[in-house]
Design a protein around this ligand. Structure first.
Ligand SMILES: Nc1nc2c(ncn2[C@@H]2O[C@H](COP(=O)(O)OP(=O)(O)OP(=O)(O)O)[C@@H](O)[C@H]2O)c(=O)[nH]1
Ligand SMILES: [Mg+2]
Length: 447
């Protein structure tokens, strides 16, 4: 029998309210041992709220409301009580201590949601949606996660899983009842079905990158030769003096990362050390770090000091394009305030220092970011899911191959079953403790 768990579900700190949650068989008894209201919580109906006092060892701790959710109609599927008390660090902590003294255990990270999964209240794709909602940094990400939480994705996966199992059993059945003509006809049909699922897998895992951008922000690296004005642009975009700026080349040695929102899009902006061949050991390290940053970047702004010429940074930009494929690389001509007829340089001519062309640059960045996740989806495919989808896809291709090579039905069925297994892991129909731990480690305590 799982223990009754308790935890603070709201962030700790000064606030109007704090909510703590208990889940498990003794949840109502434990609350009753510290709560006095008009009726006892054990006698209360499900989905009702009760006002009363919390006392511990004869001392009044707080006046609270208790919400009652009876099993199985609760978040975890167990008996759940939610105590809303006054905010701040002290009161909630004392109530939790009182619950523990009366038999509750402090919940582990994600334990409420884990119990919801184990009790069949949600599947793994929904569990992961909960994590995404908690951590989402953009409107679009949280909206997508909310759709995923409703379970659209789960339903689709269940349909696919069933059809794969059906195909596998057809193949296995046919072992005994094969008739030449029927077999041929069915095989074409089966192949078509398998191909459909394989295509769906591909479609889904190819949205992983976009989902990562939604989840973590669009990563924009600022690169360029020393002294081109990278740090100045970084500060101007952030509208604060964050990075050190000086006329001495090689000022920035480490990289600095900050988040900002442009037109509602979460951007992760990174200032890097100027790229050049150098003997200074610290700076060499800095230049090496640039490599890591560019590796991670979705977009690279190559800042060109226009006073050195329009083509001064072109070889650097094409080097970056070649080395880091699939990145958006944009040469931005900076310091246009220092040259005549700056307008001739078009929209990407800016002055980071004199604030010229910055709004246009911001629009370019946010529209590129938006393009990168423009496909409407009801799932944010994470790394775990992308791996499983790729796995399923490759098994399905092996199955198609086997059909084409006229191989034995058992062999085709094995591949189809392997793909079904991967699908099962997606929704958690087949789960392992290891996978669960990995997923729930990303949760906070109280969720
Ligand atoms: N006139 C003018 N000066 C600029 C502009 N942008 C940067 N500067 C100047 O150029 C110098 C170098 O600027 P930084 O922002 O430190 O350049 P950086 O690319 O970060 O340099 P490193 O970190 O050394 O690679 C400073 O003196 C800035 O004030 C600009 O748009 N116009
Ligand atoms: Mg700098």
């Amino acid at each position: 029998m799982p223990k009754t768990i308790v935890a603070l579900s709201t962030p700790p700190g000064v606030a109007g309210l704090a909510v703590l949650r208990l889940s498990g068989e003794s949840a109502f008894d434990i609350v009753d041992s510290i709560f006095t209201g008009k009726i006892s919580i054990s006698d209360a109906k499900s989905h009702t709220i009760h006002y009363g006092k919390i006392m511990s060892k004869g001392i009044l701790i707080d006046t609270v409301t208790v919400s009652v959710f009876k099993s199985p109609n609760s978040y975890t599927g167990e008996d759940v009580a939610e105590i809303s008390c006054h905010g701040g660090m002290v009161v909630a902590g004392e109530i939790i201590d009182a619950c523990i003294e009366n038999g509750a255990e402090l919940a582990e990270a994600g334990e409420f949601t884990k119990r919801a999964f184990l009790n069949g209240k949600m599947d793994l794709s929904q569990v992961e949606a909960v994590a995404d909602i908690i951590h989402s940094t953009s409107k679009k990400a949280s909206q997508t996660a909310a759709r995923q939480l409703i379970g659209n994705f789960k339903q689709r996966l269940d349909v696919i899983l069933d059809s794969l199992k059906h195909i596998a059993s057809l193949l296995e059945l046919e072992l005994d009842f094969a008739e030449e003509e029927i077999e041929l006809l069915e095989k074409e049909e089966i192949k078509e079905k398998i191909r459909e699922v394989a295509n769906y897998c591909k479609e889904l895992h190819s949205t992983h990158k976009a989902a990562e951008i939604l989840r973590n922000g669009y990563y924009v690296g600022i690169a360029g030769y020393p002294n081109s004005g990278k740090s100045t642009l970084f500060n101007t975009l952030l509208q604060k003096h964050r990075a050190i700026v000086s006329s001495i080349p090689g000022t920035t040695r480490d990289y600095i990362e900050e988040s900002l929102y442009i037109n509602d899009v979460h951007i992760r902006l990174v200032d890097t050390a100027g790229i050049r061949k150098t003997d200074d050991v610290v700076e060499v390290e800095g230049v090496r770090l640039v490599d890591n940053v560019l590796q991670q970047s979705d977009m690279v702004l190559v800042i060109n000091d226009i006073t050195k010429g329009k083509f001064h940074s072109d070889s650097l930009a094409s080097g970056i394009k070649e080395k880091y494929k699939d990145r958006e690389v944009l040469v931005v001509h900076n310091k246009v305030d220092l040259v005549e007829s700056s307008l001739a340089y078009g929209i990407d001519g800016i002055s980071a220092k004199a604030n010229i062309g910055i709004e246009k640059l911001k629009d370019i960045i946010s529209s590129k970011a938006t393009l990168s996740f423009s496909t409407e989806n009801d799932i944010l495919v994470n790394a775990r899911q992308a791996t499983l989808l790729k796995k399923a896809e490759s098994y399905l291709h092996k199955a198609i191959d086997a059909i084409d090579k006229n191989m034995d039905n058992t062999i085709i069925a094995i591949e189809v079953r392997a793909a079904a297994q991967a699908f099962g892991e997606l929704t958690g129909k087949n789960w392992s403790e290891e996978v669960l731990n990995q997923i729930f480690s990303k949760f906070c305590i109280g969720k």
